[in-house]
Write a protein that binds this ligand. Structure first.
Ligand code: SF4
Length: 544
């Protein structure tokens, strides 16, 4: 029994053109960028030629971010979990990265396959499912397909109705169901005893019994070999009900591992796999409070570095942040989403702007790294509501932030139930790029507000850095030996440097900005590689 496994992240759509015309952009340079660099006396300058000295070695400031399930620096939780299930049950498989399926770059592994397994955790709508199933039909004709993951947890009947090739859908936990379905297929047995399976039996669709595993008692994933960053799942489901998120519906029963099991798993990954960071990818790692308090007691002695997601309301004080830091938390990611109480209520976020500000105040004074996400254009939000978020980002916020526009791409979001009340109209709900509108604004207005806010924050706030460009580069801090506030200052210089050609249509003004930011970077010990083509032009840019 040999399986073809398709798993990975979804395609990226949003904000794809914001960095165009900057030094962060991919592809050939436009004329304006070239003219600005020449005027700055840095005709062949490239961001990758920035470097600094540490312990006698020259280190590149920026490195391309590598992505994908095969990249040990940034593994994907679903892929990691399914691979662990297959390997611990002795199944032979080949992995195809779903990101390459979306981009058209995926190649078919050599050899024959008996079954194809498709993870739908990063599938959001019917066209995406059809695309992935179509890829399997094209490359592995005749091979039965088994689906599992978040999208088909909700849309299993529809998936079976639309795709004859799909033999079955595993809903919910796969730890017992996946080996059971593979065993049954291998031995030619009926699938009727496989837990959590909905399957095609001739013309009939059969729904097998549903069961949850006890994730605290069930062994956590194991694997062989070194892995620098280990993705970790400490809970399934979520006790909250944000209306832009379908996760709680797809995994309705909230279950979580004990603090002691988490400590033991993390210690084992450190000892057996040389893990240097545990990335807890749970809906929200910092609940329940009793578990978090226990973790803060027992994690300090382990020395295991970790990161996770949190809600703002649990971040009560600077002391709380310090305690988390002492438990070796390396970074928290928090969804503030909005600084308007009206919009937070529409989202059913169950957090207030006061709690968001309290969390921000507690975090900005500490050592812990953090990144905060915001949204513009949530159904019902008006430009006046969003001004509260924009003003907060431009005048108060300190740290790394992400600002996304509301997206209609996920057809399973609960907010669709508010369609009538909030006047949600979408030209094509399955197309992330399609226009939408609601009682508060249109997608075009949301996009314009997003760009205007990103521009405003870059120019006016010295302490806020946009995550959008940062995601293109290495996961770790740019200068890991320095404090987070120093790294933030370096990132701010880099952002202003790289965006200068886009920010200033005037060539001389843009060139001046580049000189200023290179000087500032120099103050942090960062130089342009000597002797490279990026060094200073002999003519100093005088004839640009
Ligand atoms: S956004 Fe996070 S906290 Fe809200 S429902 Fe989804 S997983 Fe839970």
């Amino acid at each position: 029994m040999r399986a073809l496994l398709l798993s990975g992240l979804g395609p990226s759509y949003t904000n794809s053109t914001y960095l165009d015309g900057s030094l962060f952009a991919d592809g050939p340079r436009d004329e304006h960028v070239s003219a600005v660099l020449s005027r700055a006396g840095r005709r062949d300058f490239d961001l990758f030629q920035l470097q600094y000295e540490h312990r006698g070695l020259m280190c590149p400031l920026l490195q391309s971010r590598r992505v994908g399930p095969e990249d040990s620096t940034e593994p994907h939780l679903t892929t990691f979990t399914v691979r662990s299930i297959l390997e611990s049950n002795g199944y032979d498989y080949q992995l195809v990265n779903l990101e390459e399926v979306w981009s058209g770059a995926a190649g078919m592994p050599a050899g024959d396959f008996d079954v194809a397994l498709l993870s739908t955790t990063y599938v959001w709508n019917e066209p995406m499912l059809a695309h992935a199933v179509g890829w399997i039909e094209q490359h592995a004709p005749g091979v039965p397909v088994i689906l599992g993951g978040q999208y088909t947890n909700l849309k299993y009947m529809r998936a079976l109705a639309l795709h004859d090739r799909v033999l079955g859908v595993i809903r919910g936990d796969a730890e017992e169901a996946l080996p059971a379905v593979l065993d049954a297929l291998r031995s030619g047995r009926s699938l009727d005893s496989v837990p959590n399976l909905v399957w095609r039996d001739g013309d009939q669709i059969r729904i097998n019994r549903y069961s949850y595993i006890d994730i605290d008692a069930f062994p956590s994933p194991r694997f062989a070999g070194a892995q620098a960053i280990v993705p970790y799942e400490s809970m399934r489901g979520c006790p909250f009900d944000c209306r832009f998120c379908s996760y709680p519906l797809a995994s309705p029963k909230w279950r979580y591992k004990s603090a002691e099991k988490i400590r033991d798993d993390w210690t084992r990954y450190m000892e057996e796999n040389d893990a240097t960071l545990i990335s807890a990818m749970d809906s929200t790692f910092t609940v329940p409070p009793t578990r978090l308090r226990r973790l803060m007691e027992i994690l300090p002695e382990t020395g295991v570095l970790w990161e996770g997601f949190s809600r703002a309301n649990v971040i009560e004080s600077a002391e709380w942040v310090d305690a988390l830091w002492r438990s070796h938390c390396h970074q928290l990611t928090i969804g503030f989403e909005s600084m308007s109480d009206r919009v937070l209520r529409l989202m059913s976020k169950r957090v207030t702007t006061k709690q968001n500000k309290r969390a921000h105040d507690a975090l900005r004074g500490g050592d812990l790294r953090y990144a905060v996400s915001f949204m513009v254009g949530y159904p019902g939000e008006t430009p006046e509501d969003f001004a509260e978020t924009s003003d907060f980002l431009a005048t108060e916020f300190e740290g790394r932030f992400n600002l996304q526009t509301f997206s209609i791409k996920d057809e399973t979001m609960p907010v669709w139930e508010d369609r009538e009340e909030l006047g949600i109209v979408a030209d094509d709900p399955t197309d992330a790029d399609a226009s939408w509108s609601h009682v508060g604004m249109t997608s075009e207005e949301a996009g314009a507000l997003q760009w205007a806010t990103l521009d405003r924050v870059r120019r006016t706030n010295d302490r806020a850095v946009c995550s959008q460009w940062r995601r293109r580069y290495q996961y770790w801090p740019l200068m890991p030996h320095l404090h987070r506030t120093t790294n933030l200052a370096v990132e701010k210089c880099l952002e202003r440097l790289a965006m200068a050609p886009r920010d200033y249509p005037d060539i001389e003004r843009a060139a001046q900005e580049i000189r200023v930011q290179l000087d500032r970077l120099n103050g942090f010990g960062i130089t342009v590689a000597a002797g490279s083509a990026a060094g200073l032009d002999p003519d100093g840019g005088r004839d640009a």
